[in-house]
Ligand binder design. Structure first.
Ligand code: A2P
Length: 356
């Protein structure tokens, strides 16, 4: 009884958390397959005190698999997930490969879990920065409204993967030892120049596009519209973003300005909306210096919201500060949470190809 679950990218920063989150989940697991590149094949990892040997990802590795949790990069998902669907699996993909395909659900369960009913075998997990912003802003949108978002992110190094996190530690050590820092990965592996992140700030996440935005900024704008309004180009909510990599290992921070459109909206209303919201925790007590911090969020599934305060010159507008573990709610937990809903709603079944 139960499901055969494959984790694609099982040895990575998110993959190791996918294993932990699946161990702790309500999903009945009959067997688990841990897939990665040929570099890791043969490595032995643990799942619920069982030794599991990592296998190389190939199309045939998905034979007999019911559920795939993928976090091995966009090109790897593009290559293997259609193969897994052909073999009868349902895939929850943590990469950007399929997020902007209109027919593919892009889901934050607290916001739009009903979109899961439209799935055709692949469900996309949003970008880490988008997810935590949705958990914080959807309850405010429901309670008082939401017309505009201006967000600046403070994104942790681990968002770029385990090797990037290792690069930050090495740079920090070299700096403290008085040595030259050396960068190969940040700001982004695929670009021409690399800069140290330790003791620095990099206002580039992913590639810089012709429209002058980074691809990460573009994702936050269009994923927000698709999740909240069902259309990546919807104009009912205006969104703009500045994404910055900071030398923090885990958990992203976000400074968010919003216009609710309701000049009578109050801080108390916003605090109450967050306090009542699933997945969100209100951490907002200025008198006692209580506010969200990455060191406290790391290792937990929640999204923490604080520093809620009115824009003193724009009635109905507010500033807030949001922190969440980018590897958990931003990635592994949201992915497993989607899988739990699929199981609970009986949506894990082979997709019958559409007949013409
Ligand atoms: P491997 O450890 O064999 O390189 P991170 O996001 O921390 O960088 O992790 C990326 C994950 O994706 C790792 O588990 C990595 O496996 C896996 N991966 C990278 N390239 C491939 C590939 N071509 N096929 C399957 N898995 C891959």
């Amino acid at each position: 009884e139960g499901f055969v679950v494959a984790i694609l990218g099982a040895t990575g920063a998110v993959g190791t958390r996918l294993i932990q989150q699946l161990e702790q989940s309500t999903i009945p697991v009959k067997a688990v397959k841990l897939l990665a590149s040929s570099r890791s094949a043969g490595k032995v990892l643990q799942f619920r005190e069982q030794a599991v040997t990592v296998e190389e990802a190939t199309p045939a590795a998905f034979d007999g698999v019911d559920l795939v949790l993928a976090s091995a990069g966009g090109s790897v998902s593009k290559k293997f997930l259609p193969e897994a669907v052909k073999r009868g699996a349902v895939c929850v993909d943590n990469t950007s490969a399929f997020r902007m395909v209109p027919e593919i659900p892009l889901v934050v369960p607290e916001v739009n879990e009903s979109a899961l009913y439209q799935h055709q075998g692949i469900i996309a997990n949003p970008n880490c920065s988008t997810i935590q912003m949705m958990v914080a802003l959807e309850p405010i949108r429901q309670a008082v409204g939401l017309k505009q978002i201006i967000v600046s992110t403070y994104q942790a190094a681990s968002g770029a993967g385990q090797s990037a996190l290792n690069e930050l530690y090495t740079e920090a050590q070299d700096f403290l030892d008085g040595k030259q820092m050396h960068a190969d990965i940040f700001p982004t592996k695929g670009d021409q120049k690399h800069y140290p992140l330790a003791f620095n700030l990099l206002p580039q996440i992913d590639v810089l596009e012709d429209n002058l935005y980074s691809h990460e900024e573009w994702k936050m704008i269009h994923e927000t519209k698709k999740i909240m309004l069902g259309d990546m180009d919807a104009s009912d909510i205006k969104v703009t973003a500045t994404c910055v990599r900071v030398p923090v290992p885990i958990s992203h921070g976000e400074s968010i300005w919003i216009d609710t459109g309701d000049p009578t909206a109050t801080v108390d209303q916003l605090r109450q909306a967050i306090a009542d919201a699933p997945g969100a925790v209100l951490q907002d007590d200025p008198a006692h210096q209580v506010y969200p911090q990455p060191v406290n969020a790391t290792g937990t599934r929640d999204t923490y919201v604080g520093r809620i305060r009115p824009d003193l010159e724009n009635p109905g507008a507010f500033n807030l500060w949001v922190v969440s573990d980018n590897l958990l709610k931003g990635a592994a937990w949201n992915t497993v949470q989607i899988a739990e809903r699929l199981v609970a709603d009986d949506l894990v079944h082979p997709v019958v190809p559409a007949t013409k």
